[in-house]
Design a protein around this ligand. Structure first.
Ligand code: ZN
Length: 394
């Protein structure tokens, strides 16, 4: 650990009995080593579990664009003398979450007193206890299922199992939506979420529908199994390509979602709000802070090891993101001191006020994409030149 600062433990021995006490004790006895090993990876300077700092070079936030047509081209922060982008460890962004885990590792009785954080910890421990089965459930036959089916599968088996707020809304006008209320993977479990309006945005500016709406916004980017050329790629190649194609869309969603959370939840501890991009083999997270104009992004993180075992470090990252209200400590001072802001405020210019005041969900605004209506036509003054004299070849 680089930090030598001793911080008072945020947790105390729990006095009241609750339904999660058993998992706190049993996990500590049987599975603690797995969690310990995973946490070590987050301390490594060369691990992919970190965030880069982004500056927007070109963006079309001042125009009326749905997210899929948003432009948000960014550059990563580099120190003047270095060609390699610099970032920060993910545990520096989700300090409350990692402190919770560090304390629990020391003793099963060091668990958070606040109900939300305690439930978050219990959900992670339960998930890790069943991680093998969940990995199998998620990975089985995933190359052959549609994007809509994959969306249901991850909403049910990943997001709602890891998030304190386990309810979710799936886009009700997504292509080929599944009508019944049960998961499609063969587990026959009833879905906790429902289909509904997942639109959000700023009318006349960036707006659109998300694939999954929870406390965080999620966009699923997978190649359809029958799409041209998909047959020649491995699952990981084809899904990551789609994620790259959706990068600017997800960045625009992340920016708008931060303004939305600030407007709807001014009581939040900070406004560094995550948005998730998920494919069939990887995930990535964009975080925008609309108060400080700071934009962070993780690399693409593998979901699986050997294609069928869920990667614990990615699951812990996803857990911190989904429960950001309890885990995220906001933009660290070190990043503020760099002075490397996103420049979204600059790009939005006089339109920034609209992002702050008019952002909403649902936002059923439709981009004007038809040709002009019939016009009232004006006459123009006739030119008097002789048509025969206009072009004279030399
Ligand atoms: Zn299922």
């Amino acid at each position: 650990m680089a930090s030598g600062i001793e911080i008072a433990p945020p947790v105390k021995r729990l006095k009241i009995k609750d339904e999660n006490d058993e998992i706190f004790m049993s996990f500590h006895k049987d599975n603690l080593q797995t969690l310990k090993y995973a946490l070590d990876v987050f301390n490594n300077h060369l691990s992919c579990y970190g965030v880069g700092i982004l500056n927007i070079k070109v963006c079309n936030a001042a125009s009326s664009k749905c997210f899929s047509n948003a432009t948000c081209d960014c550059e990563q922060f580099r120190k003047p003398s270095s060609s390699v982008p610099r970032g920060f460890k993910i545990r520096g962004i989700f300090q409350y979450g990692f402190k919770m885990l560090d304390a629990y590792i020391k003793s099963p009785e060091c668990i958070p007193q606040r109900r939300g954080a305690r439930l978050a910890l219990a959900k992670l421990l339960k998930f890790l206890t069943d991680i093998e089965l969940t990995g199998k459930t998620l990975s089985q036959g995933r190359e052959d299922i549609s994007e809509t089916e994959w969306t249901v599968r991850v909403a049910h088996h990943l997001f709602s199992k890891l998030a304190v707020g386990s309810n979710y809304t799936l886009d009700n006008i997504s292509k080929g939506r599944i009508k019944d209320a049960y998961c499609n993977c063969g587990c026959k479990e009833r879905l906790l979420g429902d289909y509904g309006d997942t639109s959000m945005g700023v009318p006349s500016y960036w707006h659109g529908r998300l694939d999954i709406l929870m406390d965080v916004a999620v966009t699923v980017a997978t190649e359809e199994p029958d799409s041209p050329g998909a047959g020649n790629c491995s699952s990981s190649e084809m899904t990551s390509d789609r994620m790259i194609a959706c990068k600017e869309q997800i960045r625009a969603e992340a920016i708008v979602f931060s303004f939305l959370q600030k407007k709807n939840h001014p009581e939040l501890n900070n406004f560094l709000i995550p948005t998730i991009a998920m494919s069939k083999s990887q995930m990535a997270v964009c975080l925008y802070d609309c108060e400080n104009d700071i934009f962070l992004e993780t690399p693409r993180l593998d979901l699986f090891v050997e294609d069928k075992f869920l990667k614990i470090e990615t699951i812990i990252t996803l857990w911190s993101v989904l429960n950001f209200k309890y885990c995220c400590s906001g933009v660290p001072e070190e990043i503020i001191e760099f002075g490397f802001t996103a420049d979204f405020f600059k790009h939005a210019g006089p339109h920034l006020e609209k992002y702050i005041a008019n952002v909403k969900a649902p936002c059923c605004y439709q981009t004007e994409n038809t040709w002009s209506a019939v016009l009232v036509l004006e006459d123009v003054k006739e030119k008097t030149d002789d048509v025969n004299n206009i072009y004279q070849p030399s």
